[in-house]
Design a protein around this ligand. Structure first.
Ligand code: BES
Ligand code: ZN
Length: 623
């Protein structure tokens, strides 16, 4: 079935969603299309969600009642919601049960739930339960947690999976406030992307309020044997008891990081900023759920070396959560801005040398990925503005949005100077807070508020090249690092007969190690691999980034001594960013293709849908 239905997003904010907050300046009623939602917000738009839920671990389902407050057009006849694999039991309009229709299921979009209303209808209520097909949810057995005693549940809603656990208008341009009452087993704590409890209660009943309007992809829930440890006045960390100390240590500098972010682009708008360290099957490094970033435990390196990920998720509290990409075609506005902001936070905290190492690593990755994408026929996806119609928005999650987006913004900074650029960005977040942004509107703002305001002329052709052409412009910024040049020297010495133990590696950061491992040439012998491993202990690295890079090299060089670790890592970690290159390398190798298949068969039950959905095809897995 090919989909004709598209959602019209009203850029205008529902007035009541802003209650108690400064009214957004945006009053423009222009509508834009979101191909990834069935909603027709111009007719009826959700402004508030009241959610009652019981989390049933035994049957791995959530029983929910969702009351949606609406704002309707004068001629409104129906409200359309997004759902995916939900069992809809009954629907009330006000207090009266009505007949609803549930459309045909599309693989990506799920089914439209159409409810008849009048323009005077205030709210609709949906009684439902989730099913096994709830792609946002991952139900973990006790064995899949750190503590091994209690089950665990977490959600991952971005990009369009919120609809698999709440019937909602699941489009990034539609914002609503929410409140929730969630019942869970009494030995577990429930947390949401909202004001959160800091300890368990005997009843296992938790009340949540999110009083700032958010898009559905930022709805989040986690339930498990969790503890809280404060870090600063407005920050802290949640984790399983056996992980909490390590987490509190790793994120010690969180308060300083929030201040660094605020000093760049204005006050943090969401009250508290807490982190939740999830079990290792969490498919992402981090997810910027408002007030409560969800994070992978693979950033607990023990030496705070991977906390740029926290800077990234924190930065989303401005780019993404305050100013949100209007559709998934504008995804670079969320991620490119966030990588830019992340880089600036890291520079502020640890200096330019450090942030340039991170930028260089990203640049290397970007150049390689653009090459790959061009070679495998996805050249069009190397444009910043994407066309994801009739596709899974997940296809847009590449380093283009992140690192080409970053380089584009950096090119603008370099063009006008930091002072002007920072003033522009700060104003951009303030003026568009709690609102949506399209790529086109952004370019318009760039022209008016960055160039014209400063008496400058925007090079429109160049801007268009960045946004609408594949690959990188020839004059794109090229981050370089002196520190990496020194790392390269040491690799050359090793390749010209210097003993590994005689290399000058004193004081190297994990970024330098990462660069070193990445630059291992294809023709290194197994003996040389062993010499490096003996000298530097890569196979036992506690830094998940370095370890992954080393395991990729181990497969490439058939260095069997690290295969036990490879298997252990793949079975125990669900972070897609690590899984994809490792499986990919095995599938392409002579040594390890069949090993990939057998590891996958064992490990797959530990992975979230987001990861299996990316891997099944690569591994020829038949469900
Ligand atoms: N919002 C993303 C994760 C995401 C993107 C989930 C698209 C679903 C669809 C998050 O902020 C992110 O970018 N995570 C990265 C962090 C990294 C770039 C520091 C990750 O998980 O690796
Ligand atoms: Zn991000």
């Amino acid at each position: 079935m090919k989909l004709k239905i598209v959602a019209l997003i009203s850029i205008m904010l529902p007035a009541c969603a802003m209650e108690g907050h400064e009214e957004s300046k945006k009053t423009n009623k222009e509508t834009i299309m979101d191909q990834h939602s069935y909603a027709k917000p111009a007719e009826s738009v959700v402004t508030h969600l009241k959610w009652d839920a019981v989390v049933d671990f035994e049957n791995k389902k959530i029983d929910g009642v969702a009351t949606l407050h609406l704002k309707n057009d004068d001629d409104a006849k129906e409200v359309i919601l997004d759902t995916k694999a939900l069992n809809i039991e009954k629907v009330l309009v006000g207090k009266k049960e009505v007949k609803f229709t549930l459309g045909e299921a599309d693989k990506n979009l799920g089914s439209a739930l159409t409810i008849p209303i009048k323009s005077s209808t205030d709210s609709v209520t949906i009684y439902y339960s989730t099913s096994e097909g709830a792609e946002a949810l991952q139900w973990l057995t006790p064995m899949q947690t750190a503590g091994k005693k209690h089950p665990f549940l977490f959600t991952q809603s971005q990009a369009i999976l919120a609809r698999s656990w709440v019937p909602i208008q699941d489009s990034p341009g539609i914002r609503f406030t929410y409140e929730a009452d969630v019942k869970v087993p009494s030995e577990l704590l429930a947390l949401m992307s909202a004001e959160n409890p800091q300890e368990k209660n005997d009843k296992g009943e938790y009340h949540f309020v999110m009083d700032r309007p958010i898009p559905a992809y930022l709805l989040a829930l986690s339930v498990g044997d969790l503890e809280f440890e404060p870090i600063g006045d407005r920050s802290g960390v949640y984790a399983e008891p056996s992980v909490i100390d390590a987490a509190a240590y790793e994120f010690e500098d969180l308060e300083e990081m929030i201040s660094a972010a605020e000093s760049l682009y204005g006050p943090y708008q969401w009250g508290r900023y807490d982190l939740l360290v999830l079990p290792p099957s969490f498919p992402f490094g981090g997810m910027e759920n408002p007030k409560l970033t969800f994070a992978t435990p693979t950033i607990l390196a023990g030496d705070k070396s991977l906390t740029s990920l926290v800077a990234h998720e924190l930065a989303h509290s401005w780019s993404g959560n305050l100013v949100t990409n209007a559709t998934w075609n504008d995804f670079w506005l969320n991620e490119g801005f966030t990588v830019y902001f992340e880089n600036r936070i890291m520079e502020k905290m640890y200096g330019r040398d450090f942030s340039e190492m991170e930028a260089s690593l990203a640049y290397q990755g970007l150049v390689a990925e653009i090459d790959d994408m061009k070679n495998n026929g996805s050249g069009d996806d190397t444009k910043l503005k994407l066309d994801l119609s009739n596709r899974n928005p997940d296809d847009g999650v590449t380093s283009i949005a992140y690192d080409k987006g970053y380089l584009f913004l950096r090119s603008q900074e370099e063009k006008v100077g930091r002072e002007k650029f920072d003033a522009f960005v700060k104003d951009y977040f303030t003026s568009n807070a709690f609102s949506v942004m399209t790529t086109e509107e952004f370019i318009d703002l760039l022209d008016k508020n960055l160039y014209q305001k400063n008496g400058l002329t925007m090079d429109t052709a160049k801007i268009n090249e960045w946004i609408y052409n594949p690959g990188l412009p020839a004059d794109a910024p090229k981050p370089t690092s002196d520190k990496f040049a020194k790392v390269d020297e040491q690799m050359s010495r090793f390749l010209t007969e210097t003993e590994a133990s005689d290399l000058d590696v004193e004081g190297w950061s994990s970024q330098e190690w990462l660069h070193f491992v990445r630059s291992i040439p294809a023709n290194l012998t197994k003996d040389q691999m062993k010499a490096l491993d003996d000298a530097f202990g890569f196979t036992k690295s506690g830094n998940s980034e370095v370890l992954t890079e080393w395991l990729v090299q181990s497969i490439r060089h058939n260095y069997e001594a690290s295969f036990d670790e490879l298997i252990h890592f793949l079975v125990n970690t669900g972070r897609r960013k690590f899984l994809v290159p490792l499986y990919q390398e095995m599938v392409n190798s002579e040594c390890c293709a069949s090993m990939a298949t057998s590891i996958y068969a064992t490990a797959r039950p530990n992975y979230h849908f987001v990861s299996t959905n990316s891997l099944d095809e690569l591994l020829n897995y038949n469900k």
